[in-house]
Design a protein around this ligand. Structure first.
Ligand SMILES: *[C@@H]1O[C@H](CO)[C@@H](O)[C@H](O)[C@H]1NC(C)=O
Ligand SMILES: *[C@@H]1O[C@H](CO)[C@@H](O)[C@H](O)[C@H]1NC(C)=O
Ligand SMILES: [Zn+2]
Length: 307
């Protein structure tokens, strides 16, 4: 009898813990009690998840506002090669940045230091990005998490409304494989079990688009897209996606969640914009209009020239 009580006690304890754990919709089962995104705010210390400035969002391009101050970024240390550990943390794959890499410009409040990067994806290359653009969901999204350089830990930075800046990049399916990603995807294939890790050597610029392809971006104030959903993030979402082949994208779907289910559809659904405005950089739209202006000036000159 005592044993039964003890077992019941242990079982209820396990259940409570289970119910306090967050998960994605793809992990939901009637028998598991983990909290899917619609219920993240009910987990202890996660009330922020129902805040008014949450991420991700759907970006409606025709409602974005042009901001000429959103100039190209200055990146330093992004080309440095570093040794790190890539971990399957049960929700995603995460790589701490083990070098001094800083981003500034683009109306950021000073210099931000790169802390870690991780990704969000779909199933076998299907829709899986967190942000969407005019309703389109890309197959995957990279988040390079940076914090104001004065902070020494992310938890301190999260107490500051602009303490964290995330650089978000979309991926698109391409007919050719992206050689720059070979080492990274190779490492991903070695950490299918939740909790597994392996060493990796890379530089941040090899997983990012070229600087020329980083001039067009969106900017808005938002949050972390996982619990506790802290509203401390200056979001930069780049327009130009990174190309990967179908099989490179599919490699991520072979990872496993903590519950041993396939780690797929690891994105939070889009959140209400509420009173926020999404700004867009001038980027090469400026270049475009200069070219247009030049062409029309030339045409005007030709038209007005005698003979
Ligand atoms: C990587 O995994 C090993 C073996 O499980 C563990 O001992 C080690 O602490 C892990 N390293 C990191 C950085 O997570
Ligand atoms: C920019 O991106 C496009 C499309 O992904 C690609 O074709 C082009 O080569 C890239 N430009 C540079 C300079 O990398
Ligand atoms: Zn993320």
């Amino acid at each position: 009898m005592h044993l039964l009580l003890l077992l019941a006690f242990i079982a209820s304890f396990l259940n409570i813990n289970d119910g306090e754990e967050w998960c994605y919709h793809s992990q939901f089962e009637c028998t598991t009690q983990c909290k899917t995104p619609d219920r993240w705010q009910t987990i202890r210390n996660n009330e922020k998840c129902s805040g008014n400035e949450q991420s991700p969002i759907n970006i409606v391009t025709k409602k974005t506002r042009l901001d000429e101050g959103l100039t190209p970024f200055q990146l330093s240390g992004f080309q440095e090669t570093f040794h790190s550990t890539i971990t399957n943390n049960g929700h995603s794959v995460k790589v701490p940045v083990a070098t001094n890499a800083y981003v500034s410009g683009g109306k950021l409040d000073g210099r931000y230091k790169a802390v870690q990067f991780h990704l969000h994806w779909g199933k076998d290359g299907g829709p899986g990005s967190e942000h969407t653009v005019d309703g389109e969901q890309y197959p995957m999204e990279l988040h390079i998490v940076t914090m104001k350089e004065k902070y020494t830990s992310l938890s301190n930075a999260l107490a500051d409304r602009t303490g964290v800046a995330v650089l978000g990049f979309f991926y698109e399916e391409s007919s050719r494989s992206n050689k720059q990603y070979d080492a990274f995807i190779n490492a991903v294939s070695r950490i299918s079990q939740s909790g597994a890790n392996t060493s990796i050597t890379l530089s941040l610029n090899t997983i990012m688009p070229s600087p020329q392809n980083m001039t067009n971006y969106f900017r808005y104030p938002g949050s972390l897209t996982t619990p506790g959903c802290a509203e401390a993030v200056v979001w930069t979402v780049f327009e130009r996606p990174i190309p990967l082949s179908r099989s490179q994208l599919q490699a991520f779907s072979r990872l496993l969640f903590k519950d041993n289910k396939a780690m797929v559809n690891t994105f939070r659904p889009v959140q209400p914009l509420n009173n926020r405005i999404v700004f867009r950089s001038a980027g090469d739209a400026v270049l475009g209009s200069i070219i247009l202006l030049t062409v029309s000036l030339a045409a005007a000159v030709r038209l007005s020239s005698p003979n």
